[in-house]
Design a binder for this molecule. Structure first.
Ligand code: HEC
Ligand code: HEC
Length: 209
């Protein structure tokens, strides 16, 4: 875990260099278009081809709402979220953020045919997702993220098919306030979730299409 953090830190630095040299060639319209391609290539080095991530700690961006993606990049810039993305987000200007968000939002999320979601944990997760937890007043995730996990533009992100490890990491980050986010909704939702609830609901979400 530590080692993979370190590796992505080193990679991020190398890629920041690539962003800088991509911009050095900026000028005519054509060059500007190739700058965008270079930036997308940098993102895809971690987020996967067309934003379909194969690394469980890196979120897929394909099909995610464009406004949500822009807001998250702004949140990394404002340090409401911290991590590998912080330096990368700070190196982007407004146009690059808007263009990258539009590009990834327009890509089609890929289904992993090997992913099965019918485990005991996933069934418990399904109950939390669809109905919430009455005893501890956890609202149903579906009420904001939709039953199929498609999300609801522009505020509520798509969750369907996202890596369970990433989902669980984010829920713990909301719970401990280390991801402040752009509003307080998820802090309230996650405050009453146990580690077991988080694992279960994350496994269920990964199987959603
Ligand atoms: C070195 C690897 C790396 C590179 C390069 C990278 N990202 Fe990320 N990105 C991550 C990781 C890891 C996360 C999850 C951060 C966390 O845990 O909060 C992330 C999160 C994000 C998020 C938040 C997604 C969500 O669902 O909330 C957005 C948006 C994003 N990245 C956009 C980009 C864009 C645009 C680029 C290219 C300019 C890019 N990233 C390049 C590793 C990377
Ligand atoms: C009251 C509405 C609401 C409910 C209910 C809700 N969410 Fe959210 N969720 C949000 C909002 C708004 C965001 C975006 C937060 C931000 O902008 O930082 C979000 C973000 C998330 C994210 C981060 C996604 C990413 O790509 O980084 C995860 C994971 C998540 N919610 C999971 C859940 C789960 C699991 C449940 C049920 C236990 C749930 N949510 C219930 C409103 C809600």
């Amino acid at each position: 875990m530590k080692q993979s953090r370190l590796k992505s830190g080193v990679l991020a630095l190398a890629l920041l260099g690539a962003l800088g040299s991509a911009r050095a060639g900026e000028g005519s319209g054509n060059e500007a278009a190739s700058v965008q391609t270079t930036i997308v290539n940098v993102c895809e080095a971690c987020h996967g081809k067309y934003g379909n991530s194969t690394d469980p700690s890196v979120p897929s961006l394909a099909g995610q709402g464009s406004a949500y993606l822009q807001k998250q990049l702004a949140a990394f810039q404002a340090q409401l979220r911290v991590g590998v993305m912080s330096g990368i987000a700070m190196s982007l200007n407004e146009t690059e953020i808007r263009d990258a968000a539009r590009y990834f939002s327009a890509q089609i999320p890929q289904r992993d045919p090997l992913q099965v979601s019918d485990s005991i944990s996933s069934r418990r997760g399904a109950a939390i997702y669809d109905e919430g937890i009455v005893a501890t007043r956890v609202p149903p995730c579906a009420s904001c993220h939709a039953l199929d996990g498609a999300g609801l533009a522009s505020e509520f992100p798509r969750l369907a098919g996202q890596h369970s490890r990433y989902i669980a990491d984010q829920l713990r980050a909301f719970r401990s306030d280390s991801r402040l986010g752009t509003n307080a909704m998820m802090h309230k939702v996650s405050a009453k979730l146990s580690d077991g609830d988080i694992t279960a609901v994350a496994v269920y979400i990964e199987g959603l299409r």
